[in-house]
Design a protein around this ligand. Structure first.
Ligand code: AHM
Ligand code: MG
Length: 336
């Protein structure tokens, strides 16, 4: 049987679901950039790409060389094609303007170029997360600089979302709003092929993911929920749970899309003024769209993540996502 390449999948989507040609092109360009990032990541010390830049991003985090390289790869791949009105990234303070010599398009691309970068130097899976929004008409018409407000749309407005994971295999996991598809990179061919059709998150699970070292800083509903998970068959949930924490959201979410589970990064008492660690627009929103498209759920403890109206590009949010039963339980503890 012939294999379905990413290009063929996208062309067939264009025919069956009227996916616009420029959105198809956008996804192909992002996929190409992810191949390039995958190549850079895989070189490791041989490519001189490990270690830090000695600079900080807007969130005050030390930038790794590969954070900066990946950001550059995504910008360069996407700026000239005429499919974008602008870009925004974890690694840039402000929205990126498409240079004046290139045509502007209808979409906005938001990304975390290299998620889980604390794992790069220890050879553990990392990834790229991306979200695609339509640029509201009033901003498309503008010839001048793109206003950051164009990006501040709730996650329900995403037209596509996905991630690339750079692990034992490089995979691209994608939703165009009609299920979640997983493509594996065939390194010899240099192309992604459909290997995981219609990924589904099982409704119930016996596996959870949270950074337990923050336990003493959690709020009461999270403490209660995790205590119950840890109590196993002797507790109210009457089930033994296993725990995994990779500290790369991409890798933790990929495991959940593959075999279920619940992922949590709650707000905590270390920085009480912040609503969480993870970023809404380029981490929580795309991952929540993927998880919901796969039959799971995603909340910030009190509200569906995709319904949150963003107020700034780098806004943070608490995240509970994965198997529906567990997300509903921990959300219920916050609400009740
Ligand atoms: P990054 O985008 O700077 O890599 O940070 C996000 C990462 C997530 O991938 C992961 O879930 C989390 O930070 C891990 O945080 P911690 O080190 O506190 O466990
Ligand atoms: Mg990240």
């Amino acid at each position: 049987m012939s294999r379905v390449s990413l290009s063929r999948y996208l062309i067939e989507q264009t025919r069956s679901h009227n996916t616009p040609a420029d959105l198809r092109f956008l996804i192909e360009v992002v996929a190409r950039a992810c191949k390039e990032i995958s190549h850079a990541v895989s070189k490791g010390a041989l490519g001189g790409v490990l270690g830090s830049m000695g600079t900080e991003n807007v969130q005050g985090e030390v930038q790794k060389k590969l954070d900066v390289i990946s950001n550059e790869i995504l910008l360069e791949a996407n700026e000239w094609g005429g499919h974008l009105a602008g870009m925004a990234s974890e690694e840039m303070d402000n929205a990126y303007q498409i240079p004046g010599q290139y045509p502007k398009g209808a979409y906005l691309l938001v990304f975390d170029p290299l998620d889980g970068s604390s794992n790069i130097d220890v050879n553990v899976s990392v990834g790229t997360i991306f979200s695609v929004l339509r640029c509201p008409d009033k901003y498309v018409e503008q010839t001048g600089s793109l206003d950051e407000h164009a990006f501040l749309q709730p996650g329900t407005e995403q037209v596509a979302a996905g991630y690339a994971i750079y692990g034992p295999q490089t995979m691209l996991v994608l939703t165009l709003g009609d299920g979640v598809m997983g493509f594996t990179l065939d390194r010899e061919m240099g192309s992604f092929f459909l290997t995981h059709e219609n990924l589904k998150v099982p409704t119930s699970t016996a596996e959870f993911a949270i950074n337990m070292s923050n336990q003493r800083h959690w709020e009461a509903p999270v403490k209660r929920y995790v205590d119950e998970l840890l109590a196993g068959v002797e507790g109210p949930l009457n089930k033994n749970y296993n725990m995994r924490w990779i500290a790369s959201m991409v890798a933790d979410v990929h495991r959940i899309l593959t075999r279920g589970g619940v992922f949590m990064y709650p707000r905590d008492g270390r920085e009480p003024e912040k609503p969480g660690k993870l970023r809404l627009m380029y981490e929580a929103n795309p991952m929540s769209m993927l998880i919901e498209q796969a039959g799971g759920a995603a909340t910030n403890g009190t509200q569906r993540i995709l319904d949150i109206q963003p107020e700034s590009l780098h806004q943070r949010v608490a995240v509970f996502l994965g198997s529906k039963e567990e997300v509903e339980r921990v959300t219920g503890y916050h609400q009740g």
